[in-house]
Design a protein around this ligand. Sequence first.
Ligand code: ZN
Length: 158
Amino acid sequence: MALREIRKYEDEILRKKSKEVKEVDDRIRLLIDDMAETMYNADGVGLAAPQVGVLRRVIVVDAGSGLIALVNPEIVMVDGEQIGVEGCLSIPDVAGEVARPQIVTVRGLDRNGELIEITGEDLLARALSHEIDHLNGVLFIDKVIKYVNMEDEDGIKE
Ligand code: ZN
């Protein structure tokens, strides 16, 4: 495993749409492992493949209940709304309030290529929504309702 460089805001790769993964092979598993290591090293709760320069539909999330890695994730159900402060590992020192679903169900493939479904509430729902946005070239700053001073908040980084 290895740390990968986290691409920052100015990098246009963050604005591109990621491609579907055709097969979950060793290369994808290595990508997942590297992304997880990179996320934990940066003290983040989520990371999407384009943030490490790979335009493939892969995300990792750990909202406090363990690592979730999803390939080709698709939101299949949303419910409710929450407004909370979030940040992004690709946009350091910026935080803002964003509306996200309160509950999200995501379907995708796990590291073995098996179909799985994850339902998340609160922070996990926020993190899953944020990371899937990355796969479509969408950044949280596109959705900010109000910017906040990072020093006043324990904003999460994704
Ligand atoms: Zn992000």
